[in-house]
Design a protein around this ligand. Structure first.
Ligand code: TUI
Length: 316
């Protein structure tokens, strides 16, 4: 059994987090992963305070295992949801796409374990100083909002820079990649893309099919010009957006911004995977079938153990 400070201190069976994916990570997925022994996370990204409160309460009905909330700091509702997690007694908060320093004091006072997602050594250091319990070091292989460094380069640099535990994210969809993360010094992993096809994941079937059909080179990063790059599966919308982003200097930033608005909801909830944004990581093509969350986690950790126990078999 692979066991680290992460599963031991958070009350999990396995040291694995489910990514706090916007428009995807609801009470159903978070409770599914929690019941399967991982850390389920509800994404607060697309909710205002009251909507998040309802989702947290739903999740409490669906599991008695620990779960957390991910707060996307670029969300217009970040301030109000930062209070709701306290009011609802959430014990674990992860953050993304920014620096959560201004919320840290009140979260720590409420006894919350704060685990920011970072894409650089500098932010990891700052978060350790602010009292973070751990950090998720996320490489640019991931889906959604991406930093510049790869997981392979970022994780060992963050591990060397801080004394708190590091969870590796970005490019992890099977046990070999979990084993690799441990070798880089991580104490756990965060997985997003593979959980998109979990049976407990409530996104449109068309979105799941797009993941299941993806090839290795089928993702693209758009949005660099506006300063918030996101990785998604290539489709007709990403081609239109890329063209406007790079080819047409007469398209204003405001126009580009409004072009992207609402696109993730369109894909994830309405199933329009041609005109919507299908966020996914570079490992989408490794995701082969729909499975219950428990099966996904057990399969990944069985393979990780096999790799770690018999290294030579895997070194070709
Ligand atoms: O946040 C994510 N992934 C996301 S958020 C999202 S919703 C969205 N995002 C952008 C535009 C429109 C919608 C979809 N996917 N992952 C965590 C993450 N955080 N990755 C990278 C970062 C990050 C990057 C820079 C964190 C901090 C940072 O700098 C902050 C600072 O002050 O240094």
């Amino acid at each position: 059994m692979i066991s680290t400070v992460i599963d031991q201190s958070l009350g999990l069976e396995f040291p694995i987090f489910q990514g706090g994916m916007a428009w995807v990570a609801d009470a159903s997925l978070a409770s599914g992963v929690a019941n399967a022994g991982g850390l389920g996370l509800i994404a607060a990204m697309n909710s205002n305070g009251e909507q998040l409160r309802e989702e947290i309460r739903k999740c409490k009905e669906m599991t008695d295992k620990p779960f957390g909330v991910n707060i996307m700091l670029m969300s217009p509702f970040a301030d109000e949801v930062s209070d709701v997690v306290i009011e609802e007694g959430v014990k674990i908060v992860t953050t993304g796409a920014g620096n959560p320093a201004k919320y840290m004091e009140k979260w720590l006072a409420a006894g919350i374990k704060v685990i920011p997602v970072v894409a650089s050594v500098a932010l990891a250091r700052k978060m350790e100083k602010c009292g973070a319990f751990a950090v998720v070091a996320e490489g640019g292989e991931s889906g959604g909002h991406v930093g510049d460094l790869t997981t392979m380069a970022l994780v060992p640099q963050v591990v060397d820079a801080v004394s708190i535990p590091v969870i590796a994210a970005g490019g992890i969809a099977d046990g070999r990649q979990i084993a690799a993360a441990f070798m880089l010094g991580a104490s756990g992993v965060q997985v997003g893309t593979r959980f998109l096809v979990a049976e407990e994941c409530t996104i449109a079937q068309e979105y799941k099919n797009k993941i299941l059909k993806a090839r290795d080179i089928d993702t693209v990063v758009t949005g660099k010009r506006l300063g918030h790059p996101v990785r998604a599966i290539k489709n007709s919308f990403s081609r239109e957006y890329t063209k406007k982003e790079y080819d047409s200097s007469n398209v204003s930033d405001e126009e580009l911004e409004s072009l992207g608005t609402g696109r993730l909801r369109m894909a994830a909830r309405e199933g329009d995977v041609s005109n919507g944004t299908v966020l996914a990581g570079q490992v989408a093509s490794m995701v082969k079938k729909e499975q219950p969350a428990r099966e996904i986690i057990e399969e990944m950790f069985a393979q990780a153990e096999e790799v770690l126990n018999g290294m030579t078999k895997w070194v070709k």
